[in-house]
Design a protein around this ligand. Structure first.
Ligand code: FUC
Length: 791
């Protein structure tokens, strides 16, 4: 091939990049995790670095965690301490309560683990030019291309759901051929070997990996015949080159093409089964995957993958009518500041969020963790666990509205596991019926307050509202799908979460029902006497969550026409719950008393749960709505990544599109990959568009896209509202395929900031109120027929 033809060929290949809102692309390989590109099939995945000489894929399987099934009876008499805590609280002795409550603590959670690395050593003859690295969201494919001498080297990476494997294709076009060596390793205990044309990586996860924020000796403990086993099998499926083997590596020389297939599996066999003694046969699983796929060519695998993936991804189309931007993603994100966002990046960010859900949320009983599916560390930040005092819920905020309802299942099914350990925790810690979970959980469905029996701060450890908050997702799934069979099946879980709360409520001195002990997740109060702590009674957020779960129960039971007397007791309790309070300064009070926060811009917004995702504060409660607005203003739109994301939705619910947009700009602020500090303030977005808490935490990505959807469509009231919080700079646009509650698909477009088209497709015959600005229309939506509504 002529020298000058190569760049032209590449240019033609990439010209399509410039007009798209579904491609991330870069002109250099990744040096950091936060620059690498994630692929995943909902269970296994990789971060692709796209290196030229030494390529690296860091590998994950979402079922690989440290630890073993929990013993929920580990602190059987903890409940004996409860009366003393309550007594101290109602004597207003907060110091004593804050100390005593530590007796209600147990083990820490397990940690999500990395599986290993796949390494390629390329033997290139010279430096590379014309480098491109792409993640194509429209077909879920990562690719790397560059020229060495006169040869184009290309690699394609996919993670297929239908075939359960990672498929990698390498090709060379030009005078030089491919020469490379591959090997696999792992940061866990492992060994690798060669069997036939395969590299086999095997090992096991630690039985213990202490949270990264604890300074402890022997933080990670491996025991040979315990813990979850894992395997990765890499097979050279096809090549025209020559293959040679060493003990642990495979060498391919003189090849025009090579196709590699990678399967991964673990022995995880459910939250309550010993993964070693009663584990699954991971080798059989991984081998069977490769055998089943043997009949398919690379093109077949790609075709099957794209068909599966696009059936989910193509449901929604979002466009802000912005002119094509010809710069690479890194340059674009680097130019974003808190007051200057590249508008075209917003649809890309939105599509990326949907891509990340499809890539990491397809494993029953195993929801996306703090890093979704992608983690390289044995002691990842906050154990990359399920932090259910906001983060896990936020991960799942976009799934229903973004028309990915079935991808909610990993979380919804996990709740049933949690309810089982949670019933024992309710008994042993509080002598209560129903079930409870606290701020941390893991693949083993641990439900106790963490803290190693007294060493945890109540600020985060002693928060018994995890079951209630998670269970609101069950009813939300019903509201979106109207699936009564599902509702019937999960009703006992909803009831169990409410029953625990009902028993946990106690009367205060005025006869109101309050929670005790209580916290407002992770915030610290300062009393009128200047005492700073977190333990109190009747925090606003506890009571807001209880309102949500009680109301969900009442609606669910009434829909199913069951449980009349339980409904009655919930209704009676609702009337007695300590009402929302407005402080002297006009804020929605976060604490029972009119106390201030030690940090008024604290990242958590738990007292405002009733605004979003809850619904007890709305246009029908103007006094509380006004106070909530004032509280949100005082918090500011700054914060950690997830905190900023939450504010997008909150402002959207308060119908303030400009404030939502301000938060989006803050969320999309460039955060450099080499400044990955675990500090609390100042989130943003890394070069690979992962959310920066910092460090990387995926909830901000998901909260962010839920917020974008909330700005364009709301359905939490008894009407559907289109364009409720459209910011001025989003002048023209289209958002097709979002879902409103009651299983209604919605297409919206707007021009010059005015609604142009609003169309609705319902799966049942119903009459619905549709709202735009201050106009409301009552519209009949016949089953399965698109209806246009004009305003
Ligand atoms: C809570 C938050 C932190 C972090 C952690 C995973 O503790 O307060 O900011 O998101 O969860």
């Amino acid at each position: 091939m002529k020298n000058y033809l190569l760049p032209i060929l590449l240019f033609i290949q990439y010209i399509s990049l410039f007009s798209q809102s579904d491609k991330l692309w870069y002109t250099a390989p990744a040096d950091f995790f936060e620059e690498a590109l994630p692929i995943g099939n909902g269970k296994i995945g990789a971060m692709v670095y796209g290196k030229i000489d030494t390529e690296r894929l860091s590998l994950n399987d979402i079922t690989l965690w440290s630890g073993e099934p929990v013993n929920p009876y580990h602190n059987p008499e903890a409940y004996k301490n409860l009366p003393a805590v309550r007594k101290a609280l109602f004597n207003e002795d907060y110091a004593a309560a804050d100390t005593l409550v530590r007796k209600l603590q147990g083990n820490f959670s397990s940690a999500y683990q990395p599986l290993g690395n796949l390494i390629f050593e390329f033997n290139h003859k010279g430096p590379a030019t014309d480098y491109k690295r792409i993640l194509d969201l429209s077909k879920s494919q990562a690719a790397v291309r560059y020229i060495v001498g006169n040869t184009i080297f290309s690699r394609i990476y996919i993670a297929s759901h239908p075939d359960q494997l990672i498929d990698i294709s390498l090709t060379s076009k030009g005078p030089d051929k491919l020469n490379f060596t591959i090997l696999m390793n792992s940061p866990l205990k492992y060994h690798s070997s060669i069997e036939k044309n395969q590299i086999i990586l095997q090992g096991n996860a630690p039985v213990r990996s202490a949270p990264n924020y604890l300074q402890v000796r022997n933080a990670v403990e491996f025991i040979d015949d315990r813990g979850t086993r894992f395997i990765g099998i890499l097979r050279i499926n096809k090549t025209d080159g020559t293959i040679k083997y060493t003990d642990t590596s495979i060498q391919v020389t003189n090849a025009r093409m090579a196709e590699l297939r990678l399967s991964m599996a673990t022995s995880f066999n459910g939250f309550d089964k010993d993964p070693f003694k009663n584990g699954k046969d991971e080798k059989k699983i991984a081998t069977t995957i490769l055998e089943n796929a043997a009949k398919y060519s690379f093109n077949d695998i790609i075709g099957r993958h794209e068909k599966d993936y696009t059936s989910l991804y193509n449901r929604v189309k979002f466009d802000l009518g912005v002119k094509a931007n010809e710069q690479d993603t890194y340059t674009r994100i680097r130019s974003c500041t808190p007051t200057n966002t590249d508008l075209g990046l917003i649809p890309l960010y939105f599509n990326y969020g949907r891509y990340l859900i499809i890539s990491s949320s397809r494993t029953p009983f195993v929801p996306m963790n703090l890093q979704g599916l992608w983690n390289e560390s044995i002691r990842p930040p906050w154990s990359s666990n399920y932090t259910i005092n906001i983060n896990t819920e936020m991960n799942y905020w976009p799934v229903e509205v973004c028309n990915l309802s079935e991808l909610h299942q990993p979380l919804l099914s996990f709740i049933s596991n949690l309810s089982k350990t949670g019933a024992i925790t309710a008994k042993t810690y509080y002598q209560a019926d129903g079930w409870v979970a606290h701020h941390n959980s893991d693949i083993w469905a641990m439900s106790n307050p963490v803290g190693d029996f007294g060493k945890g701060s109540p600020q985060w450890a002693n928060w018994p509202m995890g079951g209630a908050w998670l269970s609101t997702h069950l009813y939300e799934h019903y509201r979106y799908t109207l699936d009564q069979t599902f509702l019937k099946e999960v009703y006992p879980l909803l009831k169990g979460a409410a029953l625990f709360c009902l028993e946990y409520l106690v009367p205060d001195s005025k006869g109101y029902l309050v929670t005790a002990p209580s916290t407002s997740p992770e915030n610290v109060y300062i009393t009128d006497k200047g005492f700073k702590a977190s333990t109190l009674y009747g925090s606003t957020s506890d009571l807001a969550l209880i309102r949500e779960i009680f109301n969900d129960n009442i609606f669910a039971a009434n829909t199913l026409n069951i449980e009349a007397s339980f409904v009655d007791s919930l209704q009676k309790a609702l009337l007695k719950i300590y009402p929302y309070q407005v402080s002297k300064q006009g804020h929605l009070q976060e604490w029972y008393h009119d106390w201030d926060d030690v940090e008024i811009t604290h990242r958590h917004l738990s007292h405002l749960i009733g605004v979003f995702p809850g619904n007890s504060i709305n246009l029908n409660t103007p006094k509380e709505l006004e106070a909530a607005k004032k509280s949100l203003l005082r918090r500011t739109n700054n914060g950690t990544g997830w905190s900023i994301s939450w504010k997008i939705s909150m402002w959207a619910r308060l119908l303030d599109g400009e404030k939502s947009y301000d938060a989006i700009q803050k969320l999309l602020t460039y955060y450099p990959a080499d400044n990955n500090e675990t500090k609390y303030a100042g989130g943003g977005t890394f070069p690979n568009l992962f959310d920066a808490h910092p460090p990387f935490q995926i909830d901000g990505n998901f909260g962010g896209i839920a917020g974008i959807a909330e700005m364009l469509l709301q359905s939490h009231m008894d009407y559907i509202q289109v364009l409720p919080a459209l910011p001025k700079v989003w002048k023209n646009g289209t958002m097709n395929g979002l879902k409103a509650r009651d299983n209604i698909t919605v297409n919206i477009s707007w021009k010059n900031n005015k609604l142009k088209k609003a169309q609705f497709l319902s799966t049942t015959d119903l009459v619905k109120k549709i709202k735009y600005n201050d106009k409301t229309k009552e519209v009949r939506l016949p089953k399965n027929i698109w209806v246009s509504v004009k305003f």
